[in-house]
Design a protein around this ligand. Structure first.
Ligand code: PEP
Ligand code: MG
Length: 584
């Protein structure tokens, strides 16, 4: 029987494919039977992995101070779970009796344990299933020797989102409870036609990566992982935030048609490729690209982006145990700088933390990760790592128009400490006779309300500003951008948000700085006219959005919009504001 589930639309487009359920451990492992003569060796592998994890946990316990009693508590709990006969011992039985490979045995055992946890009434105990998942993830990591990734299932003719043959049902649709940005970035090299998850918000980094991949996605579906079965046919309607499971032929036909219409519209937009983005009254607007990995620059060039407005370098640091060294980073930054010719390439220093975790992030558990040691706070707490990145950035600046962008600044002293670190990096390079651009521009993200309300300290110290609306909205409205339960309160048109954005554009521009928006609002054509009316002339977004936004710019009259937006900004009532935005 077909059924429909509603969630949050995060990445447009229509995909029709077969469901591939991703395990709770977020690690898709190989499933195979081993030869009888290899059983003992397979058992040894799992025992060695358990011994290694036990050793790692003990080491963590010993290095945690008394002030970190919560670390000790979770290490003790994880050690208990590791030693529980339900886990390793039962997996060994599976290896011996069914000749499963070790990873498969562990994941099967995990599923069993998780099912038992899910029926426990006590909510505290029920939530401990997350700890079991973490222990299994540790074991799998040791077994695999590296973090796992979600793979598309091999299927004849799997060609991604736009299928043909087999009545258009050819892609793999990943169905998961949750996906981290690190999982999602792997989709870049896999033929995943789309994904759907139980949890998540529209501006979570997982959703952002989906948009950058141009694959349809719906999040916040609550129980999708429990109701969809492996290989079910699933339609994702990314624009409406709806999925249809097990559709009949009539519905399939309708969606094939809608998919063709969508594709046709995207093709028509290509006519705007060679046009400069200017308003009807001649104001030039720069439309730049957000990228996550150096390879994304190809997409940016295909749509003739005016530059890279945001290179999220943290994606170079994720999914690996050893961080990239200076040369590796330099090569990555240089390749983007060179590929963009003389166009600006804005490279943001590491914005790790919150929903973007490093493998080597350690056991530190934060109560509120979005308010914790993330972005510039993390970089300043790791001076050697920061210096390495700054040196690599400066070296790359010799090969193009690189500018350095610093995330999540809130305090004047953070800017000063960053500028001092840049001065140190420059002095070292000079002493080593390494070439770099002496005048490389340094800018700050305005994404914390405190920054938007104290712009004086920013404009005095920096050369450009970039408004991160994703975090600015999260922090102004106190809404976790990754939490589907509060997603309905995440409102880019809240008067407080609009005033902070407008004020930043005004003050920054008046001080002679260039101001851009690089959060998701910049790539949403519903907000283009609003932002032009606020005086914004530099937008940065995923390359896939550039032509749609250009279309809006070409239809805008900036002086007319300035008058209308000035009036709109005086409104407090949400209905009035959204009505006025609709009429712009
Ligand atoms: C933002 O916060 O708007 C932004 C562009 O940064 P990120 O999405 O990477 O946090
Ligand atoms: Mg941000």
């Amino acid at each position: 029987m077909p059924f429909v589930i509603h969630g949050l639309p995060v990445s447009q487009g229509i995909s029709i494919g077969h469901a591939h359920l991703v395990s709770h451990a977020l690690l898709e492992v190989n499933h195979f039977q081993i030869a009888p003569r290899h059983v003992d060796a397979e058992v040894q592998r799992i025992e060695d992995a358990a011994a290694k994890v036990r050793f790692e946990l003990r080491a963590l316990r010993e290095t945690s101070t008394t002030a970190q009693s919560e670390v000790a508590a979770f290490v003790d709990l994880h050690t208990l779970l590791l030693d529980d006969p339900m886990l390793v011992e039962a997996s060994i039985r599976l290896i011996r009796e069914r000749r499963c490979n070790a990873e498969w045995a562990l994941v099967q055992q995990l599923e069993q344990i998780v099912e038992q946890f899910e029926v426990i009434e006590d909510s505290y105990l029920r939530e401990r299933k997350a700890d079991v998942v973490q222990v299994v993830e540790r074991l799998l990591k040791v077994l695999l020797g590296h973090p796992g990734s979600v793979q598309a299932k091999r299927r004849e003719g799997a060609t991604g989102a736009i299928g043909s043959g087999l009545k258009g049902v050819v892609g793999t649709i990943v169905v998961a409870h949750d996906l981290s940005p690190a999982d999602t970035i792997h989709f870049k090299n896999n033929q995943i036609a789309g994904f759907v998850t139980d949890v998540g918000g529209a501006t979570s980094h997982t959703a952002i990566v989906a948009r950058s991949l141009g694959i349809p996605a719906v999040v916040g579906l609550r129980h999708v992982r429990n109701v969809v079965r492996e290989d079910d046919v699933v339609i994702i309607d990314g624009a409406r935030g709806v999925i249809i499971v097990d559709p009949d032929e009539r519905v399939l036909e309708e969606y094939r048609l809608r998919r063709s219409v969508y594709e046709l519209e995207r093709t028509k937009l290509k006519r705007l490729l060679t046009m400069r983005a200017a308003t009807l009254d001649g104001e030039m607007v720069s439309l730049q690209a957000n990228i996550e990995l150096p390879g994304d620059v190809t997409q940016a060039r295909e749509v003739d982006a005016d530059g890279v407005g945001l290179f999220r370098t943290e994606f170079l640091f994720m999914n690996r145990d050893v961080l990239p060294n200076e040369d590796e980073q330099f090569e990555a930054y240089r390749s983007v700088a060179k590929a963009m010719g003389g166009r600006p390439v804005t490279i943001r220093t590491l914005d790790i933390g919150s929903d973007k975790a490093l493998n080597s992030g350690g056991p530190r558990r934060e109560t509120n990760p979005a308010l914790g040691l993330r972005a510039i706070r993390y970089s300043l707490s790791e001076p050697q790592m920061f210096l390495t990145q700054l040196r690599a950035l400066l070296r790359a600046s010799y090969y193009g128009k690189v500018q350095i962008l610093v995330p999540m600044l809130a305090h004047a002293h953070e800017i000063d400490a960053t500028l001092t670190a840049i001065t140190v990096a420059k002095a070292q390079l000079r002493a080593e006779k390494v070439k770099f651009d002496e005048n490389v521009r340094v800018g700050g993200m305005i994404e914390v309300p405190a920054a938007a309300l104290s712009l004086g300290v920013f404009v005095k110290r920096l050369q450009f500003l970039s408004i991160g609306t994703n975090d600015l909205i999260q922090y102004t409205l106190a809404i976790d951008r990754t939490d589907e339960a509060v997603a309905h309160l995440y409102d880019p048109l809240h008067p407080a948000v609009l005033r902070l954005i407008s004020q930043t554009i005004q003050v920054g521009t008046k001080a002679g700085l260039s101001v851009s928006v690089c959060g998701e609002m910049a790539g949403d054509p519903h907000y283009t006219r609003l932002l032009v009316g606020m005086g914004l002339r530099t937008f940065s977004m995923h390359p896939a959005q550039i032509l749609e936004v250009k279309q809006e710019v070409l239809r805008s009259d900036s002086s007319d919009l300035t008058l209308k937006v000035t009036k709109l900004l005086r409104q407090d009532e949400p209905e009035r504001i959204s009505e006025a935005v609709g009429k712009l």
